[in-house]
Design a protein around this ligand. Structure first.
Ligand code: GDP
Ligand code: ZN
Length: 437
């Protein structure tokens, strides 16, 4: 394979700029160095003399025990981008070429150093916006998803072995004991795959944040609540006004989870045709939210607009909150989650705890598996789960169908880890990387 090079960080003025060279000819770079030879995993201090001179630190990682599985040389130059671009010109003369985004990691995958789930976690690790996200990407990098998939594959193979042992003797009935093994294993599979799929939610929340929409008719205190929440947590990271100025979105971090608040202030929930467009927009905003806080006014009777809000949000994950509990109670409504006064700071702790309980990712539930499923992986796991559930529904074993379905799932599993892959899949994953990774 061609020998490639890239700087491991952006080419900006800094203390040092580290350049990585990987490929079978990597050691040719010795012709530019003052050193006679390089020793595996040893750092040497030497002179770089090409079209530019510099004092450099050079580390050699002999393949296959290197990041890419190939011979790797890393050179730390003084942090002037001009020095490094001159060195790049020297490398081109040696026949090396600039690496594409993610190409080092792609080579690590192709050379069998890591599987696809680990390669994906490299990008996740770098992109993570929260400490938790980093923890989970790291454990995935260390192979947590790879192990899950291997465990699941073993169970599939167990079932397939039983099926294939009987498939040659179709006239004989399968023993009950063997039938039990098949169905018990299928149930184990259903549980494991469902649990992995549940962790997809975690992944999405850690990456995209948790969305809370505050809805209610005008004057219930939505803007006051929003201001209150943002004042509570001083770590406001951004404030974006909705394009049409009919909603405002702000973000902050709660319990280690990025939360964005959507205030639908200015949106009416009446039935007027004129308001209809606004309502549709609100509904789609609300649908995108992970939690809907429905705000009601304690000092007014329930009216048609409240009823619209309640019916639109019915069936969503929502909290029914009655505001202005300092005022005389007129509102008459059951099933309320809490009564507060935003203005007079009454009972707000209870409300905040309710939100925190929703936002904080429960260890027992979502963190049952220390994996974070990517969109790509979810696509395969969904199909596997459908297939397993289909087989569980059979009351007795149809050998041909079972063999077919089990083999299909095994194929899907090998696509998750990249045991089999297409160029398209690889470019989808690695094109999102930065150069130097
Ligand atoms: P929005 O239209 O839903 O965004 O409501 P606002 O946040 O603009 O509040 C409407 C009015 O209700 C303002 O005059 C607030 O001062 C008032 N308000 C907000 N919270 C409370 C409360 O807890 N008690 C009382 N009495 N008034 C409140
Ligand atoms: Zn992702």
């Amino acid at each position: 394979m061609e020998t490639i090079y890239a700087a491991l960080s952006p080419l900006i003025t800094s203390a040092v700029i580290v350049v990585r060279i990987s490929g079978s000819d990597a050691l040719d770079v010795l012709s530019l160095l003052g050193a006679e030879g390089l020793e595996d995993k040893r750092v040497i201090h030497t002179k770089y003399s090409g079209s530019v001179n510099d004092d450099v630190l050079v580390t050699y990682f002999k393949g296959p025990a290197s990041y890419t599985g190939e011979d790797v040389v890393e050179i730390s130059f003084h942090g002037n981008p001009l020095i490094v671009s001159s060195a790049f010109a020297d490398f081109e003369k040696l026949g090396f070429r600039g690496a594409q985004p993610g190409e080092f990691t792609k080579r690590a995958f192709i050379n069998g150093k890591i599987d696809l789930t680990q390669a994906e976690s490299v990008a996740e690790l770098i992109d993570s916006k929260t400490k938790r996200g980093i923890d989970y990407s790291y454990s995935q990098l260390k192979g947590s998803m790879r192990k899950e998939v291997e465990g699941i594959r073993d169970i599939f193979i167990n079932i397939l072995t039983v099926i294939e042992a009987h498939i040659d003797f179709p006239e004989e009935d399968i023993e009950e004991a063997h039938e039990n093994i098949v169905f018990n294993n299928l149930q184990t599979l259903r549980d494991s795959v469902s649990e992995i799929l549940r962790s997809y939610t975690t992944h999405k929340v850690l990456r995209d944040g948790y969305r809370i929409a505050i809805v209610g008719k005008p004057n219930t205190g939505k803007s006051s609540l929003m201001n209150y929440l943002l004042k509570e947590d001083r770590a406001i990271v951004s404030e974006v006004a909705g394009t049409t100025r009919d909603y405002i979105e702000s973000s902050f971090v709660l319990d280690g989870v990025p939360v964005s608040l959507v205030d639908t202030a200015g949106m009416r929930f009446t039935d007027d045709a004129i308001e209809k467009a606004g309502i549709e927009k609100t509904v789609s905003l609300i649908n995108d939210a992970d939690l809907v806080v429905v705000l009601l006014d304690n000092s007014l009777p329930l009216n048609h607009e409240d009823e619209n809000v309640l019916s639109i949000t019915e069936g969503m994950d929502r909290l029914l909150v009655v505001n202005k509990c300092d005022s005389q109670n007129i509102l008459d409504l059951d099933n309320v989650d809490c009564h507060v006064s935003v203005k007079h700071d009454k009972n707000m702790k209870v409300f905040l705890n309710m939100c925190a309980a929703k936002v904080s990712l429960s260890d027992a539930d979502v963190f049952g598996k220390s994996v974070m499923v990517t969109e790509r992986q979810k696509h395969y796991f969904d199909q596997i789960l459908t297939s397993v559930e289909k087989l569980i529904e059979y009351s007795e074993i149809d050998f041909d169908i079972f063999e077919y379905e089990l083999n299909s799932s095994l194929r899907l599993l090998s696509e998750i880890t990249g045991l089999s892959y297409t160029e398209d899949v690889l470019s989808n994953i690695f094109d999102n990387f930065c150069i130097g990774k």
